[in-house]
Design a protein around this ligand. Structure first.
Ligand SMILES: Cc1cc2nc3c(=O)[nH]c(=O)nc-3n(C[C@H](O)[C@H](O)[C@H](O)COP(=O)(O)OP(=O)(O)OC[C@H]3O[C@@H](n4cnc5c(N)ncnc54)[C@H](O)[C@@H]3O)c2cc1C
Length: 435
């Protein structure tokens, strides 16, 4: 039997590969980059002599299929989860946290919301009332910001509570995301005890994902890195294989495309606009993320991460211990929904955010900045705007033998590693079912 070709070595392609290889299906995984992981990859930064992630990634404990994948790859110890939810927040003066309590079920957040010091008591009550509405009733597919306003949430409640959660989990502001997708985040994460416990990767991401290579090779499969697929070969409505940029043809009667939505159209036999199945893909927009790596000569923060309130800085992660042994203190500022930052020169980004960081972390005032690196991800995640869920394609396509996996496919999850992994497992399961 011909092997199954999987194009793309991000989380979706890796999940498809693991699913199939574990079931004895011979596969060839093709990745154009030198490292696996896709948008969740890392690279060696020679100036500081360490491997760093292109983008700071966080999981929540509700990301169960990613945890399954890490276990299959023997990498479960590469992520460290909180024992219970603790999201420290600061405006530089005050500190507080969204934290879980011993109370059961959805009540676990009650004590922390009742004492949330960035809001007045009246506003806290109002937050809890709208939280209850979100829990009990499926909202319409309207902008979440509009839904919040119609449930009595004012500017302050949105800017200090709802929006930071939306931006961190959906990479878009409450006004831009569908209320339904926001509800997914709250229902699967925050409203469930332990659902939103934060997990941080403690090894560089590509080192974790590279463990798929021995897994596949031990099962008679192959991984071709630094190999770009030029097109998917389709004849009479059936997949026949792929052609690489080197001009090599690889025969296959089943292909899983696990490339991002931006890269898919170039591989298809006809322009997406001409095919009703693929046409809808052009209606999905992407949002940027900007990460600023800063190396200080001393410790500037005590927590593993902190969220900024009333600050230009959204989130700061301490990645010193995670990625290397060094006396330098390495922190990452992660700016999601970064439309206002993405086109600025790197020097302006560092200046603008460094002063915000010093305000949030007073210890940084006396520290010397040794190095900085700005990483811009223009097409970081798709925006789960109202109407977008209806545009997301299924893993089976009208082309016989062609399957889609990728975070943009119809998983019901936002643009995340978990969405990608679920899509990868689903595409592979669909393929096995149809063989
Ligand atoms: C800065 C940043 C921060 C993020 N933070 C988080 C987070 O905290 N938590 C979270 O869960 N998610 C986060 N995400 C989103 C997450 O990274 C993505 O949702 C996930 O990686 C998508 O996986 P994928 O496999 O669908 O696509 P990708 O990761 O994009 O993988 C696609 C792969 O296909 C390869 N490819 C493309 N074209 C070809 C070709 N022609 N031939 C061969 N190979 C090809 C690409 O090189 C790539 O490796 C973040 C993303 C970014 C950019």
């Amino acid at each position: 039997m011909k092997p199954v070709v999987i194009i793309g070595g991000g989380p979706a392609g890796i999940a498809s590969a693991v699913y199939l290889a574990a079931r004895g299906v011979k596969i060839i995984l093709i990745e154009r980059n030198v490292r696996l992981g896709g948008r969740a990859a890392s690279f060696f930064y020679s100036r500081m002599g360490e491997e760093i992630d292109y983008g700071q990634h966080v999981l929540m404990r509700c990301c169960t299929r990613t945890i399954d994948l890490l276990k299959l790859l023997g990498q479960e110890s590469s992520i460290s989860f909180q024992a219970s939810l603790w999201v420290p927040m600061t405006d530089g003066g005050k500190k507080d946290a969204i934290a879980s309590s011993p109370l059961p079920g959805v009540l676990h957040l009650l004590p922390s919301l009742l004492t949330y010091s960035f809001l007045s008591m009246r506003a806290r009550m109002s937050v809890m009332r709208s939280g209850l509405s979100l829990l009990l009733k499926d909202p319409e597919d309207v902008p979440f910001g509009k839904w919040l306003a119609s449930h009595g949430q004012r500017e302050r409640e949105i800017s200090t509570l709802w929006d930071p959660i939306c931006v961190a989990t959906l990479n878009a502001h409450a006004e831009s995301v569908s209320a339904r997708m926001a509800r997914v985040v709250f229902q699967r994460g925050f409203f469930r005890k332990h659902g939103a416990d934060i997990g941080l990767f403690i090894r560089p991401l590509s080192q974790i994902f590279t463990s798929v290579i021995p897994f596949i090779e031990a099962r008679q499969g192959r991984v071709l890195i630094r190999t770009s697929v030029k097109r998917i070969i389709v004849d009479a409505g059936c997949v026949r294989g792929v052609e690489t940029s080197d001009g090599e043809s690889i025969e296959a009667d089943a292909v899983i495309s696990a490339v991002s939505l931006c890269d898919l159209p170039a591989l298809l036999p006809t322009p997406v606009e001409e095919d009703p199945f693929f046409k809808c893909l052009s209606g999905i927009d992407y949002a940027p993320i900007v990460n600023v790596h800063l190396w200080f000569d001393r410790q500037v923060m005590g927590e593993s991460f902190i969220i900024g309130v009333d600050s230009p800085v959204q989130a700061i992660f301490d990645v010193s211990g995670a990625h290397h042994d060094s006396d330098k203190h390495h922190v990452v500022i992660s700016q999601s929904a970064a439309a206002t930052w993405i086109d600025l020169p790197v020097a302006s980004i560092v200046d603008g955010l460094l002063s915000g960081l010093i305000n949030l972390l007073p210890r940084a005032r006396d520290a010397n900045l040794i190095d900085s690196l700005v990483i811009k991800s223009r097409f970081a995640t798709f925006v789960p705007a109202p109407g977008v869920d209806a545009l997301r394609p299924t893993s089976t396509t009208p082309i016989k033998g062609l399957f889609l996996s990728g975070d943009y496919t119809a998983t019901g999850w936002p643009s995340t590693i978990e969405g990608a992994v679920r899509s990868g497992f689903a595409a592979a399961a669909g393929l096995v079912f149809r063989r």
